[in-house]
Design a protein around this ligand. Sequence first.
Ligand code: NAD
Ligand code: ZN
Length: 271
Amino acid sequence: MNTEMEIKKAANILANAKRSVASCGAGISAESGIATFRDPGGVWEKLNPAEVGTSDGLLNTLTRDPGKLLPFFIELLEAFEKAEPNPAHLALGELERMGILQTVITQNIDNLHIEAGNTDVIEVHGNGFRIRCLSCRNTERMQRKQLIRDTLKKVKQMQDFSLDAVASLLPPCRLCLSPTRPDVVMFGEAVKDIPQAFDAARRCDVLLAIGTSGTVYPAAHLPFHAKESGAKVIVVNPNENAFSAVSDVYIPMKAGEAMGEIISTIRKLMH
Ligand code: NAD
Ligand code: ZN
């Protein structure tokens, strides 16, 4: 397979698309310095999903061993603080401004698609920088870097990392002053806006699957759903993934590099 040809093919398909949709996974943010979970060096090599991935597991770990998660938590916050949209996020923002891309469906919680300028972003796993009231469920979007800086300051002053201390990290609800939590989906919790995501996949003429392994459901169904509805599927992922049966174009490159080349090819085609 010739990668250069695949890039040209992807650019041609996108330049002629009327309604394209991107479905993105953790891989699109890897070049922004946020590690994926499953890759070598990823989070699941350091932590057990059962201890941190579910609300019950997390509560248990914090109660039993308050100090255990502290270094990991600081490392995670620092990575999220430094992160900026990379050329792949920026390319999706530009594709929307060009009138080519309608919707971004993302499994990421890092807010980078919104910061790259996409306006229709379906965040199926929520957003780490939106807080949700534990009592009245009101949600509020926070400024990413400010929230991280405030949280890091509190974390570094903490004597212990107990449940009570952790509960006081986020600002209280603006409406009822109850404690809040990040509005993200943990294992075992319901994913968000799935009907809208499937609707977008069904109605698109091109689906771009970027940096997603195809192992996290139901998002993993999206490329299959788009294909069944007649769309072309373009896959960008340097590693093996679950979409080979449905990909019309497969670009085995990092998201930032591939999308940077695709967007400059489209620009040339449009002139
Ligand atoms: P995943 O199953 O989608 O796997 C990540 C995929 O990214 C892999 O297929 C890998 O080959 C690919 N990849 C790695 N580097 C890449 C690059 N530079 N360019 C393109 N592709 C690349 O996701 P996961 O890591 O197992 O995470 C599971 C869930 O956890 C996600 O669905 C998400 O909700 C959450 N998560 C979010 C973030 C974030 O917000 N940035 C980061 C990690 C995990
Ligand atoms: Zn409230």
